[in-house]
Ligand binder design. Sequence first.
Ligand code: 5GP
Ligand code: ZN
Length: 117
Amino acid sequence: MAGEPQADCVFCKIVSGDIPATVVRRSGRTLAFRDINPQAPTHLLVIPHVHYANAAELAAAEPEIAAELLAEAGEAARGEGLESYRLIFNTGADSGQTVFHAHVHVLGGRKLTEGLV
Ligand code: 5GP
Ligand code: ZN
């Protein structure tokens, strides 16, 4: 069923606690934790508890959770002391998406490159 946990999904396993993560923030429907391979001094991932392949699918099916994900990304950035940060939603393999559970990257703590690609 849409949104149900997937046995082969690493982020579902982080939600269930089967894989440990450095959690920095929780809401009723989201979780924010440190990326295992940080690309900036602060690199967080914010995910919904429910499983959707990407953020657009999440937003189409569960718009309130998608809005909560964005708000939580902002709160998590604030919790890290970031005034400037970048949110990235990789969508599809050619964009670099490797984990097919909706997530937003929160990157900051240094001057980020001005180009997007
Ligand atoms: P994507 O490339 O799909 O947008 O981003 C997936 C991110 O998940 C990558 O930046 C990768 O480092 C991170 N990641 C993959 N597996 C794990 C894990 O087990 N724990 C944590 N904390 N991050 C992970
Ligand atoms: Zn999942």
